[in-house]
Design a protein around this ligand. Structure first.
Ligand code: SF4
Length: 506
C-alpha cells in the first residue's frame, strides 16, 4: 500500500473534533477507517476506560515523550498539531528534559496527500546517525493517528539505528501513565526480537553475578537501591528499571528471573515479559505488611527457599516497624493522583497511623494492583480506579479530611475550603516509598501540612468571601449595595418569563 493510499482523507475529521475536548468518537471512527483499528482495539483492551469515559489529566502523549526523552542516545520526534506539540514541548522542558523534542510539521495538504509520512521518513533518515543514536522514536499524536499516518511502514532499522513508530492518541490511550507503557512495551518488543536473533550488548555495568528482578515503573531514584538491599539475602539483585534509561538496559531487563510490577499499569510491558517467559509479581515492598508480602511473593516467583525469605524478613521488618512507629501520622486523609503509585502511598499512610478514607487513581484496575486494593479495602478505604476529578472532589466533600492529597485542581478546591492539601506529584511521589527508607519518609511533609489547619482557618476568617461574585475585582471606593436595583430587575425578569409562558400556552 502506498503511503498516499494509507493516509485517510482528513475531510472525515470535523474541525471541532480535532482536540482533546471533543469529537473523540469521530476521531476514533476516522482512525479506524484509516487503518488504525487494530491498534485502537489493542489499546481499548490494555487500557480499559470505564467506569467513566476518561480521567482529566494532561495530554497522554506526554508519558511516551518523557520516556523517549529520558533515554540516552535516543531521538524523540512528534508528529501532530503544532498546538499539541507546543504544549508537550513546554511540559517536557518544564520537567527538565535535557534533549530537544523533534517535530515534523504538517498542514492540510501534506496530511491529505500522504506527504507528511514522506516528511517523517525523511526526518528519520536524517536523524539516524549511529554515532549519535541507538534509536529514533516517532510518536503520532491525535490528528495523524486519526488520519492513519502509517508509522508502522517506517524502516525498522536505518544504519543500525532502531526506528520505533507508535500512535499515542488522546482518544485511544487514557492517561500519560499508560502512554509510558506504550513506548516501553514497543522498545521491549524490539529488544526481545534482537535478543532472540543473536548476541546483544551487555549492560554498561556488566552482567550481574546474581539472578535479577527487573523493576517495572518510574520510581524515586533511592527506591531501586533499597529494593536491591531487600533482595540481597534472597540471593537476588535489582535489575534495570523499566522504562530504561538506555537501549542496552532493555536486554538486561528481559534477562531477569522475575519482574516486580512496582507500578501496576504497564499492561503491554507485562505482556512482553510474559512472552519472554518471565514471572510478574504485583505490589511493592512498602511498609511492614507490604514488604513482608512482597518478599514472600518474590521468593515464590524466584524459587527462593523459605529460610532465606525468613532471613530477609528478620533483617528488614523490625527496622521498618521502628521507623513507622517513630514517625506516626494522625489525621483523616483523602488521596488522589495519576502516577499509579497511589495505592502504595495509601498503604504507607495507614501503616503510619493515618485514617485514610479514599484513594482515587486515574489508572485502571489491573491484576498487579489487586493485592494493594484488597489490603486497603479490608481496612475500610474506598478505592476508585479511573477516578474523575468530580469523584475526587466528592470524596473530599464527603469525608471532610484533615488533609487532602491530590492533583492540582483537588488541592486548589481543598485549600479554598480551608483544608490543608498537598500535591501528589511534586510532594508525595518525589519521596522514597520502599523498605526501611520509605517507612516514615512521608511523615515529615504530611505532619507539617496537617499542622497548618489553624492557619487555613485564620486565613479563611480574614479573606472569607473576598474575590467571589460581586466582591471580585479591584475597587477604588467601597461599593454601595443597591438592593432596590436588584429587586426591580428581578421583577422585570419575572414579568418577561410570565409573558413567555402565556405565549407558549396559546
Ligand atoms: S495530542 Fe494531546 S493535546 Fe493534542 S489533541 Fe490529542 S490529547 Fe489533546
Amino acid at each position: 500500500m502506498s503511503p498516499e493510499a494509507a493516509v485517510a482523507e482528513p475531510a472525515s475529521l470535523p474541525a471541532e473534533g480535532r482536540d482533546c475536548h471533543g469529537g473523540r468518537e469521530q476521531l476514533r471512527a476516522a482512525a479506524k477507517a484509516a487503518g488504525k483499528g487494530e491498534t485502537l482495539e489493542r489499546y481499548a483492551k490494555d487500557y480499559p476506560a470505564g467506569p467513566h469515559d476518561q480521567p482529566q489529566s494532561m495530554c497522554p502523549a506526554f508519558g511516551a515523550l518523557r520516556v523517549g526523552l529520558r533515554m540516552r542516545r535516543t531521538a524523540t520526534v512528534l508528529s501532530g498539531s503544532a498546538c499539541c506539540v507546543y504544549g508537550l514541548t513546554f511540559t517536557s522542558h518544564f520537567y527538565g528534559a535535557r534533549r530537544p523534542v523533534g517535530y515534523v510539521p504538517f498542514n492540510s495538504e501534506t496530511l491529505v496527500t500522504g506527504k507528511l509520512y514522506e516528511d517523517i521518513r525523511e526526518a528519520v533518515n536524517q536523524l539516524a546517525d549511529p554515532q549519535a543514536y541507538d534509536a529514533v522514536v516517532v510518536i503520532n499524536l491525535c490528528v495523524p493517528t486519526a488520519s492513519g499516518v502509517p508509522l508502522q511502514m517506517l524502516p525498522k532499522d536505518i544504519n543500525g539505528v532502531r526506528v520505533i513508530g507508535i500512535d499515542v492518541p488522546g482518544f485511544g490511550v487514557p492517561t500519560h501513565a499508560e502512554a509510558k507503557d506504550v513506548l516501553a512495551a514497543a522498545m521491549l518488543r524490539y529488544a526481545r526480537t534482537e535478543a532472540e536473533a543473536g548476541p546483544v550488548a551487555a549492560p554498561r555495568a556488566g552482567v550481574s553475578s546474581q539472578p535479577t528482578v527487573t523493576l517495572l515503573g518510574e520510581v524515586f531514584p533511592a527506591d531501586p537501591v533499597t529494593v536491591g538491599a531487600l533482595l540481597e539475602p534472597l540471593g537476588l539483585a535489582a535489575g534495570p528499571v523499566v522504562p530504561t534509561r538506555e537501549w542496552r538496559e532493555l536486554y538486561a531487563a528481559l534477562d531477569c528471573e522475575a519482574v516486580a510490577a512496582l507500578h501496576p499499569f504497564y499492561t503491554a510491558s507485562v505482556r512482553e515479559f510474559q512472552v519472554a517467559g518471565r514471572r510478574v509479581v504485583g505490589s511493592a515492598p512498602v511498609g511492614y505488611e507490604g514488604t513482608a508480602a512482597w518478599l514472600e511473593a518474590i521468593g515464590a516467583a524466584c524459587n527462593v527457599s523459605e529460610p532465606k525469605v525468613a532471613l530477609a524478613k528478620q533483617r528488614f521488618l523490625p527496622a521498618i516497624q521502628g521507623a513507622l512507629a517513630r514517625m506516626p501520622i494522625k489525621g483523616r486523609i483523602t488521596l488522589s493522583g495519576y502516577e499509579g503509585s497511589e495505592l502504595l502511598v495509601g498503604r504507607l499512610l495507614i501503616e503510619s497511623g493515618a485514617e485514610l478514607r479514599y484513594v482515587g487513581t486515574a489508572c485502571p484496575r489491573t491484576p498487579w494492583s489487586d493485592p494493594d486494593r484488597e489490603w486497603l479495602e479490608a481496612r475500610g478505604v474506598q478505592v476508585r480506579f479511573r477516578a474523575s476529578l468530580e469523584q475526587d472532589l466528592a470524596a473530599v466533600a464527603e469525608y471532610s479530611p484533615d488533609l487532602a492529597i491530590g492533583t492540582t485542581p483537588v488541592v486548589q478546591k481543598a485549600k479554598e475550603a480551608a483544608i490543608p492539601a498537598l500535591y501528589f506529584t511534586n510532594l508525595i511521589s518525589a519521596r522514597p516509598l520502599m523498605g526501611p527508607a520509605g517507612a516514615g519518609s512521608l511523615a515529615t511533609v504530611i505532619n507539617a501540612a496537617l499542622g497548618n489547619k489553624a492557619r487555613f482557618a485564620a486565613m479563611q476568617d480574614f479573606f472569607g468571601g473576598v474575590g467571589k461574585k460581586d466582591t471580585s475585582g479591584i475597587w477604588t471606593d467601597t461599593p454601595v449595595p443597591r438592593p432596590e436595583f436588584r429587586e426591580r430587575y428581578q421583577a422585570q425578569l419575572a414579568k418577561v418569563a410570565k409573558a413567555r409562558r402565556a405565549e407558549e400556552m396559546v
